[in-house]
Design a protein. Sequence first.
Length: 154
Amino acid sequence: MSVLPNPRHESFAQALAKGKTAADAYVEAGYKPSRHHASRLATNGNVQARVRDIQSRVAEKAEWSAADRLAALKRISDASEKEDPRVAVSAISEANKMHGSHAPTKHQHGGTIASVDVTKLKGMTDKELELLERALVQIGIVDGDPSRAGSEEI
C-alpha cells in the first residue's frame, strides 16, 4: 500500500506502527487529544492496512539484513580462514552472537551480607577489637588482616 493521501492519517499510521497507543499517535499526528477520535481513526480500514504494510516492510528489512549479515560473516570467514585464522574466528564469533550462542550467563549470589555499625566500635579496647576480628575471620565474614598473621595470641 502506498502512503496515505491525508498527511495526518499517514503520521498517525506510522506512529501506530512504531508501537504508540492510538491516543499518543493521534496527538503526535497533530490532532487535539481525544481518545474517542483516536480509537475511531485506528479502526479506519485504510489506516489499519497502512500500519500492517509499514510493519511488514520493517520486519522484512530486519529479517533480510540479519540474513545478509550472516552471509557476509560466512564469506569473511571462508576467505580469511587460510590467510588469517584470527579474522575467521572473529567472524564466527560474531555469527554466534547473532544467534544468541554468546548469551551472558546469569550469576546469582545468595547469603547474608554483614554490616557493622562502626559507631558502636568506638568504645571497644584494642583487645576487644582483635577478638572481634578473629571471630569474624573464623566464621568467614571477613578475610582478616594479612599484616597481622604473625602477631602473638591474646
